[in-house]
Design a protein around this ligand. Structure first.
Ligand SMILES: CC(C)(COP(=O)(O)OP(=O)(O)OC[C@H]1O[C@@H](n2cnc3c(N)ncnc32)[C@H](O)[C@@H]1OP(=O)(O)O)[C@@H](O)C(=O)NCCC(=O)NCCS
Length: 221
């Protein structure tokens, strides 16, 4: 069983509120649906590249059935009126050996609070520990928040395909270098830093992708 399945770390939003970053669990279905229900059509469209009013059982199964090797998913859990809610999530999927596609969505009420940045950092650590070499992403050109976030972690435009989509990529080493800079400036939080899993002496090879799956991607193919 991969260690990422039990992943949990404490972080803080920009306004100081605690946020738990943890592995997505199969029993998160109701909370994940509630989070989707609180996410605007625009945000969902930016994540999936098509207007999304709902999700089929097949899609939900895909999002919840995580093996934590070829598919790793984390959620940001926050206490709201004493109840834990999911405020956002990020995941990566190994699309070919050593390379994973990464994507995020944060509930609108919690956007701009640092959750996307925090999730990126934790997923990068897990990707490093899994022995991945590169992260890739697809983003709509108007999605300035996502582009800014990826830029903070060293992503560059990877290829010119369709003008409707920006393809980004960054070597994982580069992401981690930029991450150190990001932590050293704005997001320094010694309490959570101590909880980052230490680097392994030798990285193992990540399980090969079972198959590329369109539902993960920002864009439906
Ligand atoms: C993109 C997204 C994941 C970013 O998450 P987030 O928690 O809001 O991001 P952060 O708070 O960590 O902010 C990241 C950067 O984007 C900036 N940003 C946040 N909202 C912004 C906005 N509306 N416009 C421009 N920049 C914005 C932040 O200022 C921050 O930069 P800074 O650190 O230099 O200040 C989130 O906005 C979201 O879920 N959007 C809808 C779904 C989506 O676009 N998914 C991406 C598909 S690949």
């Amino acid at each position: 069983m991969p260690e990422a399945v039990d992943y949990s770390a404490l972080e803080h939003l920009r306004d100081g509120r605690p946020v738990k970053i943890r592995a997505l669990r199969p029993d998160d279905r109701a909370d994940m649906l509630a989070a989707i229900g609180r996410t605007s059509m625009q945000s969902l469209q930016r994540r999936f590249f098509v207007p999304k009013k709902g999700f089929s059982e097949r899609e939900l199964a895909f999002f919840l059935d995580i093996d934590f090797e070829a598919h790793v998913a984390l959620v940001a859990q926050i206490d709201e009126d004493g109840q834990p809610i999911i405020a956002g999530g990020g995941r990566y999927i190994v699309v070919r050996p050593g390379h994973a596609e990464i994507a995020f969505v944060v509930v609108d009420d919690y956007q701009g609070q640092g959750i996307g940045t925090i999730l990126m950092r934790h997923l990068a650590v897990l990707a490093r520990d899994a022995g991945l070499k590169e992260l890739i992403a697809e983003v709509l050109p108007e999605n300035s928040a996502m582009l800014k976030l990826f830029k903070k972690f060293g992503f560059k435009t990877a290829s010119k395909g369709s003008p409707q989509v920006i393809h980004l990529a960054s070597a994982l080493n580069r992401v981690l270098r930029f991450m150190v800079h990001s932590i050293g400036t704005r997001y320094r939080n010694p309490r959570s830093e101590r909880r980052y899993p230490p680097a392994r002496a030798s990285s193992r090879h990540t399980k090969l992708p079972v198959k590329p799956w369109p539902y993960h991607r920002c864009r439906f193919e």
